[in-house]
Design a protein around this ligand. Structure first.
Ligand code: PMP
Length: 434
């Protein structure tokens, strides 16, 4: 990895931290993990060494790196003249495919990134309801827009009931615009939504909280939010930028049978291209300009190369057996990691649902993980060492909350990943006993 370090020094001259997104720093290496290319289930470092990819581009590469169908579609878009800031037939085609697959969506708008998508979804909810308060849940991540960036991963001293900005530079007087609640806390949700319901424009959440350890909604929690928001005239927004398409084409709203008023989609949606969207019921979406007063515009919205990626994505996930095979391999991986950790006596546990999982180090095996507070003592230094050791054994897992395989990973890839993970567990154990 000598070239990785050199590249970091070069990149750091003009890019803060040597990266284009702060999350790309690899906390085990102390620098980013630079890649030269990716193909299918593999990524390659600057020296050409191959790694089984368990990061899958933070969840964007659900089809694998450079899926041929996506590459062909993008090439076609390029031949058509890099159409940008124009409308084209493909936009409506992709919108229709999303509307057919995702229960909440009758109409939608395309965006580029998740951060802007949650920002626009909240603005639309405010315009639609004529109210301004937003409710979010601790440990749920919605990108770095100032409306929602509170209590992402606060230290115990800064955690709920404090409302803590997740980044510097947020206007102090906006803090009162966001109510933060603990996930899966039925009583507190009921109390807040009834007491302040008349002021609340939207309740937003990750239906499955992948961004804090893949915490699942408890039975009845999503239906409770659905009922209370309907009663209070607030909008329920599922942020499915990460959870979308992990269990099937209908996203988590189909898996849990709870349909929000609005949802956001992203990451997997573009087949690896920068594509995101927010959508929902027609009566709400008709408030978006030019029909209504909620503004949403942007030069690059629905860039045709990204729309091409989205159409290819739907072609691939629509193929018979795509999800069955993917979900079976995910189970093979999760069960395999748990088996290895159990056999070696390594204090790790997998929390997985569909094609995304978290690997937690520390929370005792008997503890039920319901909300951020239950994972706040995760042993990050040990996890970061483990991620570095994985690189030594040909597996790329990023030092973050969630990981995953793609439709391009074979059983052999999963087995290869398990070998690397076992070797990395052994390295960390040996190091801790020194
Ligand atoms: N919402 C969720 C649930 C996410 O997981 C993310 C990204 N991890 C975002 C929003 C922000 O998306 P982006 O990185 O595309 O801005």
């Amino acid at each position: 990895m000598a070239r990785n370090r050199e590249q970091w020094q070069r990149a750091s001259r003009h890019l803060p931290g040597g990266v284009c997104a702060s999350a790309r720093s690899h906390k085990g290496l102390g620098s980013p993990f630079y890649v030269s290319r990716g193909e299918g289930s593999r990524v390659y470092d600057l020296e050409g060494n191959e790694y089984v990819d368990l990061c899958t581009s933070f969840g964007s590469a659900l089809l694998g790196q450079a899926h041929p169908r996506v590459s062909q579609a993008v090439a076609q878009a390029l031949e058509m003249g890099l159409i940008c800031a124009h409308e084209h037939e493909w936009h409506a085609q992709l919108a229709q495919r999303i509307a057919e697959a995702v229960p909440a969506v009758e109409m939608l708008r395309f965006t580029m990134s998740g951060t802007e998508t949650t920002y626009y979804a909240v603005k639309l909810a405010r315009e639609y309801t004529g109210r301004s308060l937003v409710v979010k849940f601790e440990g749920h991540f919605h990108g770095y827009n100032d409306y929602l960036a509170y209590n992402y991963w606060p230290s115990p001293a800064e955690a709920w009931p404090q409302v803590t900005p997740a980044a510097a530079g947020m206007p102090e007087d906006w803090q009162g615009g966001c109510i933060v609640l603990p996930f899966n806390d039925f009583e507190r949700a009921e109390e807040a939504l009834i007491r302040r319901g008349h002021e609340i424009a939207a309740v937003i959440l990750e239906p499955v909280n992948y961004n804090s350890g893949t915490l699942l909604p408890e039975d009845g929690f999503l239906p409770l939010l659905r009922r209370l928001t309907t009663e209070q005239g607030s909008l329920l927004i599922f942020d499915e930028i990460l959870s979308g398409f992990r269990t099937g084409p209908g996203c988590m709203q189909a898996t849990y049978g709870v349909v929000p008023d609005l949802c956001t989609l992203g990451k997997a949606l573009g087949g690896g291209m920068p594509l995101s969207a927010f959508g929902g019921e027609r009566s709400i979406m008709e408030h978006v300009a030019p029909l209504g007063r909620a503004q949403h515009s942007g030069t690059y919205n629905g860039h045709l190369s990204a729309i091409a990626g989205g159409l290819a994505f739907f072609d691939v996930i629509g193929q018979a057996g795509c999800y069955e095979a993917l979900l079976a391999r995910c189970q093979r991986l999760y069960a395999g990691i748990d088996e290895i950790a159990g056999r070696l006596g390594f204090p790790a546990r997998v929390q997985g649902l569909g094609a995304r999982f978290s690997l937690l180090f520390g929370p005792p095996a008997g503890r039920t993980l319901r909300r951020y507070r239950d994972v706040v003592d995760n042993d990050w230094p040990m996890f970061h060492r483990f991620c570095s050791a994985c690189l030594d054994h040909g597996v790329y897992l990023h030092t973050m909350w969630h990981h995953g395989i793609s439709a391009a990973h074979s059983d052999a890839d999963v087995d290869r990943a398990l070998e690397g993970i076992e070797a990395a567990f052994r390295d960390v154990l040996a190091e801790s006993s020194e």
